[in-house]
Structures are given as C-alpha cells and as structure tokens.
Design a protein around this ligand. Structure first.
Ligand code: PLP
Length: 403
C-alpha cells in the first residue's frame, strides 16, 4: 500500500524550491560550496532587518503569548492603514486589513476563498509562480498574459484583452515585478484598471517590492489610481524590511466592498480557520512602517543593492548570446539566452548543467511560467565580488555550451 498526494496537487508547481534545489543540497552534503542565487532572501546576504524591528518584537514578546484577532493586531493594522492612506488609498478601514504569515499565505487564501472549478485568473507571464500554484490548488485556471521584453517587460494590454473569457474573475499585477524587475507606468496601470472596470474583474496587486526602486522609477499603487474598483493590495516585511523569516505580510481591501460581500465572508472564514498570524512578529509591522526607511540607503547609486543590480546587469550583457533588460525595481535579473546559439530546448537541464559544472544555483525561466526555455533568474543579493564571480562562471559555462 502506498500513500499518494491528492489530485488537487496534480497541476501545482513551485520550481523556485523545486528539484534542482535538491541536487544543490546533495552537493552541499558532499561538502561542495554552492553559491545560491535562487531565492530572494535578503538577510543571509547581509541585508539585515532594521534593529528597531527586533527591539519592538523583543519588548512585546512577554505579552504576545495569546492568539490575536484573526485579521491581526489592531496597532499593526492601523499602521498599515495609515501607510496606505499616505499613498493616496483612502477607502480602507481597519477591518479591510488582514495580516498573514507572509504574503504567501494570503495569496493562497485569496484564491481559495474565490475560485470554483473552471474559474480563471489572469496572471502575468513570467510570474511569481506562487500565484499560478495557488490558482491551480484552488481548482481554478491561470490564464497567462504576456509581459513584453521589448517594452521593458510592461504588460501586453492586447494580450490581456484576448485572454478574458466569461469565466475570468480577476487579474494579478506584480509591480515592481519578480522576476523581470519591471515597474509599471501609470498609463499602463490606468489601462489595466479600465479593462478590469469593463469586465468586472477583481484586481490583485502584489506590491511586495513597492519601495525597492532604482534610478528614476516611481511606483504607483493601482488602488490609488482606481478607487472605484474592488482591489486587494498585498505587501509585507520580507523584502523592503529584510525580515523574510518573520513571515509577516498583509492585504488591504479597497473600493466597493459591498460588491464583494460574499467573497469577504470567505476571506474571513479562511483567516479564522488558521486562527491568526504569528503574534510576536506582528509587533515589527508598526516599527517597520513608522520607522526610518533604511531601504532607501541601499537602492540609491553607491548603495549596496543598486550597485549589485547594476553590476549584474552590465556583466550579463557582456556575455555573448545573453541580453538583459535593466531592472527598475525588486531584487532580480531575468536575462535572455540566445536559443539558436545554445540550441536550447530545456532550461531546467541548463540550470542543472550549470550547477554541476560551476556550483552556482539559478532558477530556470519556465519555473516562472515563461513560455520558452530561454531565460534564467538571478538574485542580485550577494556582495559584488560574489556576483561578479558567479556571472563570470556563467559566461565561462556558456562559452562552449550547446544542448
Ligand atoms: N510576492 C512576490 C512577488 C514575491 O516575490 C514573494 C517572495 O519572493 C512573495 C509574494 C512572498 O513573500 P512572503 O515572504 O511575504 O510570503
């Protein structure tokens, strides 16, 4: 007798922590040093959380032994509400804010509460694959709309329109984007809002990188641009505040909530079924949002994150057969490899070959639901010296590579 995974998981895929990571772990167990450029986890690369977050968590620990409200601590939700008001999103009340164990938990809950079998959600391609995985787990179908590499990875509006069917319930926007580093223009966001308005779609705005912006990039929250639409905006402590292990994320419901009464009942039920998010760590939220925004030191020229991102971008473009759009935000680069030159047909094999030969771990583009085996994602978190070394190894590996 054997125990099998449920049918629900048959089409669920999350390759960022997928099979290639198991190979990397095996190599590490054999004593090999692997440079992991596969996960956007800032603290282990020396991007530590601001001290004031730790101080608030430690101070509040003795009084955080009980459960909190399912939606989260009042003080933390108030801080989130005020930060959205400061961004021009006014129609949010404390009760419209839900704190979760990371944005990840809220992505899954937001899909589980909404979707019936056959319902469709528009998702960017490439995407952060948890969205597609959560939709599949919930019995829905992700309809991937193209983001156009030639247009700095902005969403292709015609493709969005083409992919709307009577079953389409919502659209996901990841801005700034993982994995492409794109930051969407106000014009594009207004057009997406218009498409949502005309087709009665819920907008899911994943804005976890909203404060990680380079050069002249400006982030616009779509909820501020379209107050008449029902929008769920998500963010958290993992990236801007470098506290991914704290597992604190939130979502804020804005717009005509009466229209979504039934869905909100579903969200409330799922929030209460998991009782509440980790309580002591919720105390970091107010400290983070109200405190000194130290991320700004990292993202300006001369700051560690900016310099590393730009170094990686420059070095990738120096490799024959590789081209990379300059990131405007977030923590990643998503370079394109010349399919003909390398005779590419399997990017998972490419990533595995690179790991075995050069001991550097990347994630293949198809892991982000990209439709061709011609991209990889690189995390720009390691110090410049390590990044330089890793990208030079990538160049050396590609010199004679053919599939
Ligand atoms: N959304 C995007 C676009 C991400 O890149 C990530 C993590 O990499 C998440 C959500 C999940 O973040 P959290 O740590 O809050 O679960």
């Amino acid at each position: 007798m054997s125990f099998e995974k449920s049918n629900k998981l048959e089409h669920v895929c999350y390759d960022i922590r997928g099979p290639i990571l198991d190979y990397a772990k095996k190599l590490e167990e054999e004593g090999q040093k692997i440079l992991k450029l596969n996960i956007g986890n800032p603290a282990p690369f020396g991007f530590e959380a601001p001290d004031e977050l730790l101080v608030d968590v430690i101070r509040n620990l003795p009084t955080s032994q009980g459960y909190s409200d399912s939606k989260g601590l009042y003080s933390a939700r108030k801080a989130i509400m005020q930060s959205y008001q400061a961004q021009g999103i006014y129609n949010i009340d404390i009760e419209d804010i839900y704190i979760g164990n990371g944005v990840s938990e809220l992505i899954v809950q937001s899909m589980q509460a909404l979707l019936n079998s056959g319902d469709e959600i528009l998702v960017p391609m490439p995407d952060y694959p948890l969205w597609t995985a959560a939709i599949s787990l919930s019995g829905g179908k992700a309809a991937h709309y193209i983001c156009d590499e030639e247009q700095d990875w902005q969403p292709d509006l015609d493709d969005i329109k083409k992919k709307i069917t009577p079953n389409t319930k919502g659209i996901v926007i990841i801005n700034p984007n993982n994995p492409t580093g794109a930051v969407y223009s106000k014009e594009i966001l207004l057009e997406i809002a218009e498409i949502a308005r005309q087709n009665n779609l819920i907008i899911f705005a994943d804005e976890i990188y909203d404060k990680i912006l380079y050069d002249d990039a400006v982030h616009h929250s779509i909820a501020a641009l379209a107050p008449d639409l029902f929008i769920i905006t998500m963010s958290g402590l993992s990236k801007t505040y470098r506290a991914a292990g704290f597992r604190q994320g939130w979502m804020a419901l804005s717009g005509p909530k009466k229209q979504a009464k039934g869905y909100i009942e579903g969200l409330n039920m799922l929030a209460s079924m998991r009782l509440c998010a980790n309580v002591p760590l919720q105390h970091a939220i107010q400290a983070a949002l109200g405190g000194y925004q130290s991320i700004n030191e990292f993202i300006k020229p001369g700051g560690r994150l900016y310099d590393q991102c730009m170094l990686a971008w420059r070095l990738l473009n120096e490799i024959p057969g590789v081209s990379c759009v300059k990131p405007k935000g977030a923590l990643y680069l998503f370079p394109k490899l010349d399919m003909k030159k390398f005779n590419l047909h399997n990017d998972q094999k490419l990533v595995l070959d690179f790991l075995l030969q050069e001991k550097v771990l990347l994630v293949q583009g198809t892991g982000f639901n990209w439709h061709k085996p011609d991209h990889v994602r690189i995390v720009a978190l390691p110090h410049s010296g390590e990044l330089d070394d890793a990208i030079h190894r990538f160049g050396r590996f590609l010199e004679n590579y053919k599939q």
